[in-house]
Design a protein around this ligand. Structure first.
Ligand code: GLU
Length: 285
């Protein structure tokens, strides 16, 4: 008797759960919906983390729109997952916030110049890579800094939570005076004002800043390949189903030339000479 009661209660709970699931699809305003729906229900949104201050990669424009290679890659991937562009909710994920944003479920995906590495793989999963960049230095046009050893004793800016800052401390220039800011735009402002002597991060990012009208002619890249930065799409740890779908989407993006178009559109203006499209799963150490 007791058992029957329990199974009846379980059945009732199951019906309730199924009803709740069936009704949940169209809840446009749900704050907790990070895009776990199929996207075909019509009302779902997908939250995607990007940078807001990196021209050519992830930039919030003055009119509130978003541009950049990461934005184009994420838009393509979202479409393959079943979400139109107007179903994407962009969320700013600064370098130091990315792992936590995924773990908390604030965003479903992160496409934010996010390098795949072993330390991060303990906390999040990655699809990709979808771009190979290299760490470099940006200095004033008249600077005599040309190589990493010239940085000893100099003020060098990078961003908290980035591989760039980590690499400086570990090997590139341990004797530089590292200033860690929250975002690269702050480092660039520091370079312009003379508060710092150099900025270090991925060449893709630095080229985007150097090409800005307001900085034209003021800065130069050193052209050093100080590291390999394999950009991946960050996904919550354990969500292998999404990782598989994103990998398929990235492969398709390269095959149908949309990847090359995104490269031309976003890196062309900065004259950034990118590496060819990486193979999915092939991390260049
Ligand atoms: N790609 C490097 C990283 O993931 C540097 C750029 C960034 O901070 O987003 O840390």
């Amino acid at each position: 008797m007791k058992l029957r009661k329990a199974s009846a209660a379980a059945a009732a709970a199951l019906v309730l759960a199924l009803t709740a699931t069936a009704c949940g699809g169209g809840d446009k305003d749900s704050d907790s919906d990070t895009g776990s729906g199929s996207g075909s229900g019509g009302g779902d949104k997908i939250k995607i983390g990007i940078k807001y201050d990196q021209p050519g990669l992830g930039l919030k424009e003055p009119d509130g729109s978003f541009s950049g290679f990461d934005v184009d890659v994420a838009t393509y991937v979202a479409k393959e997952l079943g979400y139109d562009a107007d179903q994407i909710e962009w969320v700013e994920t600064k370098s130091a916030d990315r792992e936590n944003a995924l773990a908390r479920g604030d965003v479903k995906l992160i496409a934010a110049t996010y390098s795949i590495n072993d330390e991060r793989k303990e906390k999040v999963d990655f699809a990709g890579p979808y771009l190979l960049a290299h760490q470099d230095l940006l200095v004033k046009s008249d600077s005599d800094i040309t190589k990493a050893t010239d940085l000893n004793g100099k003020k060098l800016c990078s961003v908290t939570g980035s591989t760039s800052a980590q690499n400086v401390k570990a090997e590139i220039a341990p004797k530089a005076q590292l200033r860690e800011y929250g975002g690269y735009s702050e480092c660039i402002a520091g370079l312009q004002s003379g508060a710092v002597d150099a900025v270090t991060t991925d060449d893709s990012i630095l080229a985007g800043f150097a090409a800005q009208d307001k900085y034209k002619g003021q800065f130069k890249l050193a052209g050093l390949k100080l590291s390999n930065e394999n950009y991946g799409i960050g996904i919550k740890k354990g969500d292998t189903a999404t990782a598989d779908k994103v990998n398929k989407a990235l492969e398709k993006m390269v095959a149908d030339k949309a990847w090359q178009k995104a490269v031309d559109d976003n890196f062309g203006p900065a004259e950034y000479k990118n590496e060819p499209a990486p193979q999915i799963g092939n991390i260049v150490k």
